[in-house]
Ligand binder design. Structure first.
Ligand code: PLP
Length: 490
């Protein structure tokens, strides 16, 4: 460590201007050259503890000392999500307008739990969610600037959006059941509640049901991994016959394992008929609905009580930004309204207080980055980005189909291709392990029923056709080695 000790606060305005600009340069250099780094780190668990002291320093350190540790300590353990060689999970959002929005959000540092806590924070969020809602052609009743009772909110993650929807639905059904039977208690109702999703839904639906202490039935899907209306209604009839109360259904548009689309136009009417809350989780694929050619996949959204998508996945917005719309804001506010004196203000009741729409009290000014992105890309720029990702996925699909040792395991609709080596699962398991060990590209697997598949997701904003060819060459080389080994009995 250097001997220099700053005697004043760690950084004043003058130093911040200089160092801040240098840090922006470092960030731009990092993103510009990210592909020169191995996409997956080569470190072992616990690597970091050995590189830094066991305790925080008593005396201040200099920025030079701190910043040097970014390359020494941090970078060796970073998985480079924005590298064109990253093909795991789903696309992570990133763009400079979004990063600037987050910088400004941090600088303003307001904690916009109520309108009064920072009016711009609340008002921009409401308006920008209407903008995005209109880009998605959402029904008017989900928007705030209409005569309807709905509106949009930014949650941190899809997991939170789904939990908020589930808890709101639970509160609503408990009220309804207790009005019908005033002798009953919350507990009497809760133990009968049952929620539904497909067996392809994200694990955050299981987690939400766990937290809400309600049963969740994960229903089987059709040959395209989509939940059908008949499956849902048969399950509900069975549960009702057993004295249970179906109250919530989560449909997924763009499932995590294979990007499948539940049949909303079948599920919607079933939920409506049963007076059951319908939530739509379109965490990844939802962004694509800004393109008219993909919008039909959202048909049936008019049946939904709530809907979420993650601009922090596929709309150039950095984590965290999960947009959620609800049909009736009172349903959410009823479930989350606590109102101590110290949080009240003069305009209470006349304006939106987003603290009643979410689990935590505090909230960041996240709409700034979304606003910057929508304005600086424009709808056309964002459509172009989505279309490019889908066409790169189609290109990869063609390469897989051109090699008869491989098969494509699910329909390719968006920027995800599920593929595998023909034959037993362990071949594809070994293939993925060998590929990831090269640290040249990074992918993750999924199970589609009993079939092990490798997920190839188009992730980085800078991915080009040459990166698809590069990835395919690595996959083929590793497959050659495995299949030669199998032939030779190794
Ligand atoms: N739903 C779907 C369909 C997803 O693919 C994911 C994550 O990939 C989630 C929910 C969870 O997202 P989050 O990390 O925003 O909670």
């Amino acid at each position: 460590m250097s001997e220099k000790k700053p005697s004043r606060p760690p950084m004043d305005h003058v130093e911040f201007r200089k160092i801040g600009k240098e840090t922006v340069d470092y960030i731009a250099d990092y993103l510009e050259t990210v592909q020169t780094r191995p996409v997956y780190p080569g470190v072992q668990p616990g690597y970091l503890r050995r590189l830094i002291p066991a305790e925080a320093p008593q005396d201040p350190e200099t920025w030079e000392d701190v910043f040097a540790d970014v390359e020494r300590v941090i970078m060796p353990g970073v998985t480079h999500w924005h590298s064109p060689d990253f093909h795991a999970y789903f696309a992570p959002g990133n763009s400079y307008p979004s990063q600037l929005g987050d910088m400004l959000c941090n600088a303003l540092g307001c904690v916009g739990f109520s309108w009064a806590a920072s009016p711009a924070c609340t008002e921009l969020e409401t308006v920008v969610l209407d903008w995005l809602g209109k880009m998605l052609q959402l029904p008017e009743h989900l928007l705030a600037g209409t005569a309807g009772a709905g509106g949009g909110v930014i949650q941190g993650t899809a997991s939170e959006a789904i939990l908020v929807a589930l808890l709101s639905a639970r509160t609503k059904v408990i009220q309804r059941e207790r009005e019908a039977d005033p002798e009953s208690s919350d507990h009497d109702v809760m133990k009968k509640l049952v929620a539904y999703s497909s067996d392809q839904a994200h694990s955050c639906v299981d987690k939400a049901a766990m937290i809400a202490a309600v049963k969740l039935r994960k229903l089987p899907t059709d040959s395209d991994f989509a939940l059908r209306g008949t499956t849902l209604s048969a399950a509900m009839e069975e549960d009702k016959a057993n004295g249970l109360i179906p109250f919530f259904s989560c449909a997924t548009l763009g499932t995590t394992p294979s990007c499948a689309f539940d049949k909303l136009l079948e599920i919607g009417p079933v939920c409506c008929e049963e007076n059951m809350w319908l939530h739509i989780d379109a965490a990844y694929a939802g962004s694509a609905f800004i393109c008219p050619e993909y919008r039909p996949l959202l048909d049936g959204v008019e049946f939904a009580d709530s809907f979420n998508l993650n601009p922090h996945k596929w709309l150039r917005v950095n984590f965290d930004c999960s947009t959620m719309w609800v049909r009736n804001r009172a349903d959410v506010v009823d479930a989350f309204n606590v109102d101590p004196l110290y949080l009240r203000h003069d305009n209470q009741g006349l304006v939106t207080d987003y603290r009643h729409w979410q689990i935590p009290l505090g909230r960041r000014f996240r709409s700034l980055k979304l606003w910057f992105v929508l304005r600086m890309f424009g709808v056309k720029g964002l459509q172009q980005y989505i279309r490019k990702h889908v066409s790169l996925a189609k290109e990869f699909e063609s390469l897989v189909l051109s090699d008869d040792r491989f098969e494509v395991s699910a329909k390719v609709v968006m920027g995800l291709v599920c593929f595998r080596l023909k034959g037993p699962n362990n071949l594809s398991e070994r293939l993925l392990q060998k590929i990831n060990e090269t640290r040249k590209i990074f992918m993750v697997p999924a199970k589609l029923r009993d079939t092990y598949v490798i997920r190839f997701a188009i992730c980085a904003a800078t991915t080009e056709s040459s990166d698809i060819v590069h990835a395919w060459n690595i996959i083929r080389e590793q497959a050659d080695e495995i299949l030669t080994g199998v032939k030779n009995g190794i």
